[in-house]
Design a protein around this ligand. Structure first.
Ligand SMILES: [Zn+2]
Length: 233
């Protein structure tokens, strides 16, 4: 390995809204060392500073428009006006390039959520931002905010399942159903959790995602066992 190679590098991106080109920091994949991933895909890393999630969002320093790689690259004219009135005209220049702390990453995600709402981005993209914000709060050990963003992710994944064409192989309809089930379970809604895990198992023939089916089976069993324990007390 080249000794001079640093864990991060700069990538140039162009703002969809104002077309300004700016650099955003990314982590080289060979430096990313995950340690564990839980049942809600929350991943811990050997070095907490080398966490790709910190750099998931690109923020345009010129206008404040923030996005990730899942955003669509077109903005209808009437929504450009909405973004101008609610974001770019109020933007005080802030720079998100270079090293990000967890606090700074959370601020970048909040800007990205605001942008997604203003430009009416697909629910599945918005739900992913809520879930990732919940993860960031989990690293900073803020359970109230974790719960708040898990609730937002839950209702938005429910909307995504109803409305979106889920054609990304990394986010199949089965995975969305699984996430809804697991978010219900984490929020203490056992009955709903069991219903959604059952749906994943019922629909397993319609989509190819064996890992998610296996996770749904495990979590279905776990939720039922936990329910039994509660009822036995
Ligand atoms: Zn911009």
């Amino acid at each position: 390995m080249d000794k001079k190679l640093t864990p991060t590098f700069d990538r140039e991106v162009q703002c969809t809204y104002c077309e300004y080109s700016f650099t955003t920091t990314k982590i080289r994949s060979r430096f990313i060392r995950p340690v564990s991933t839980d049942t809600l895909f929350f991943t811990t890393y050997e070095d907490p500073d080398i966490n790709p999630l910190l750099y998931h969002v690109h923020v345009c320093p010129y206008c404040g428009y923030a996005s990730n790689d899942q955003f669509s690259t077109s903005i209808p004219l009437h929504l450009r006006k909405v973004i101008q009135n609610n974001l770019s005209s109020r933007w005080n220049h802030q720079d998100f390039t270079g090293k990000r702390s967890y606090k700074k990453a959370i601020n970048a995600f909040k800007l990205c959520i605001l942008t997604a709402l203003l430009k009416e981005e697909k629910p599945v993209v918005l739900a992913g931002l809520y879930l990732r914000t919940a993860w960031l709060y989990q690293y900073t050990e803020d359970p109230e905010q974790v719960e708040r963003f898990m609730r937002l992710a839950l209702v938005t994944y429910e909307k995504a399942y109803e409305q979106d064409r889920l054609d990304d192989p990394k986010m199949t309809p089965l995975k969305v159903l699984y996430l809804i089930g697991e978010l219900h379970r984490r929020l203490g809604h056992d009955r709903e959790a069991i219903q959604y895990f059952s749906k994943v198992i019922e629909k397993k023939k319609d989509f190819i995602d064996p890992k998610v089916v296996e996770m749904a089976r495990d979590q279905w069993q776990l939720t039922r066992q936990e329910r039994k324990k509660v009822h036995a007390q």
